[in-house]
Design a protein around this ligand. Structure first.
Ligand code: SF4
Length: 113
């Protein structure tokens, strides 16, 4: 019998290409990707985002921690939502590199809040 689905997943770094497909496919929405090579000063963080409204590339948003607390400003780089992702969009934001290990999602900035 194989490992239970709740077992801690381990990335095979030799096999992983960083394609990101697993981010949308994980049933627990537990997978994210941190690219610390995005630029000299910023990292790109990608995560599943199942909320409305969806942000758009270029939007300014609040980057938040896994506890939902604001970490910093972020800039949306892209929103991927192909049919194969089965309605689990994957959002990628740029954040200061030194905060990349803290940022795990976003909160949309609205005029009324
Ligand atoms: S699906 Fe995930 S683990 Fe597999 S190659 Fe793509 S990024 Fe790596």
């Amino acid at each position: 019998m194989g490992e239970p689905i709740t077992a801690l997943p381990i990335v095979d770094e030799d096999a992983c290409s960083g394609c990101g497909i697993c981010v949308a496919q994980c049933p627990g929405l537990a997978i994210f990707i941190v690219d610390k090579t995005y630029s000299e000063t910023e990292a790109a963080v990608s995560f599943p985002y199942e909320y409305f409204p969806l942000p758009e590339a270029g939007d300014g948003v609040n980057a938040v921690s896994r506890a939902g607390e604001r970490v910093c400003d972020a800039r949306v780089l892209k929103v991927m939502n192909p049919k194969s992702y089965n309605r689990t969009p994957v959002v990628t934001v740029a954040v200061p590199k030194d905060l990349a290990d803290d940022v795990r999602s976003i909160r949309i900035i609205t005029a009324s809040r």
